[in-house]
Design a protein around this ligand. Sequence first.
Ligand code: AMP
Ligand code: MG
Length: 508
Amino acid sequence: MNAALPLERPPFDPAHLRWINRYTGMGLPFAHRQPGHALPNPRWVAVSEAASADLGWPADWWQHGGALAAFSAGTPWPGMATAATVYSGHQFGVWAGQLGDGRALLLGEVDAPDGPRELQLKGSGMTPYSRRADGRAVLRSSIREFLCSEAMHALGIPTTRALALTASDLPVRRERAETAAVVTRVAPSFLRFGHFEHFCHHVRDGDYTALRRLADFVIDHHYPACREAAQPVAAMLAEVARRTAGMLADWQAVGFCHGVMNTDNLSILGLTIDYGPFGFLDGFDPMHVCNHSDDQGRYAYARQPQVAYWNLHALAQALVPLVEGNTEQVTAVLTEALSHYPDEFARQLGRRMRAKLGLSTEQAGDQALVDDLMRLMARHQIDYTLTWRLLCDHRIGVVGAALPEPVRDLFLDADAFDAWIIRYDTRLLAEGSTDAERRARMQAVNPRYILRNHLAETAIRLAEAGDYSEVQRLHRVLSHPFDEQPAHAAYADLPPDWAQSLEISCSS
Ligand code: AMP
Ligand code: MG
């Protein structure tokens, strides 16, 4: 046998995919079978090779078997079972009643190398849950969702993925005339806290059968270890809280603001979901509000961890009918399940911030060292991402104006920064840190490239004029956020002046 012969792989054929469609298979009241509304004259804007590989699909899958029609809400592939799911939720702290997949459509659930994955279109037209809206998503917000989903994954942050983005000339009316697009998202599940809230609040005659079936589904398919616990539902809640704490620690450490942390936008698997008016911090401001529609600043950067805890309480409330015991016992069990969130979040954030500083041990005073650096950044709104990245290059013992380092130049109050660096050096020396080794570790957790609003905006403006190349280029750059990429150094620059006036709102 000639070992040099390449292994022949059969060409990708969607007819050979194995669809299992477990959630939609439960039918009503959970999932409403619903066809998509095809985008007229669709075209590909971008495809994520990394998300394709996660599905076990070859890089060229989109060139086969009517993929363009299937992924622009036209003719589905055999085995897909398109459906919209119902959920409810609290929006901006207020009960909003029934919401649901108003513009999303589950295509189906397919077997993949790391476990089943659901595929979902966003912007696929009206469903029974569209309320008074059009079921569409504009190209602008779809590009932002595509890019950020894949950027977050590359940053190592749990998220729904984006497989593909298609566009069309179909006019869509927002504040101005725009055109429609469809993002294909991928996740092990798109279930949200709001799914539980829905089946808790919409009951007839105290019959919680649907709520129980939903909990059984989530436990059996996503939290099987909780089945062994004395109170499986409470164990599931504790696990959701643990994952949510980890996700929030990731967000805070990288400076990500979600923008709309309503309970219908929190994933039951602790995945970042529903990218709308999100943003990454530029100049560090703990009270930064990325969503122009959020007048009260409810979802400001520094408030996110507490909001997630609030949302977890709303989830716990929805689980009350499923826990056995009298009122006091139920309250005690669910409160216990939630009680670990604050410590878990603090522990996880502490671990990430120590890593950002390049500390490999944990010592008293580490928290103060982090807090004091953040305070210095906040005082003059110094760029969050750039500060951390330049700090990677710090060399122990280099303090003050004699041998300045680029990170020092960021700080207007150089004396205060020098005082901090002296403390940092003392701390580094205490654990025998060496510059080169620490630098490599720090560069692996402090990204050089993040999806700043102005980068997305530039890609959007070109795409709206029919040129998708910048979306694809930016996607590639953000797929390697920790690498230096000298050819793309400009993508790490501070926002230009025109970016000051960018307003990102709920409109999408
Ligand atoms: P969001 O603010 O994007 O998380 O959406 C909140 C709710 O409004 C969800 O039920 C969405 O499905 C629905 N929704 C948002 N935009 C549209 C739209 N253009 N058409 C139909 N439903 C929408
Ligand atoms: Mg949403």
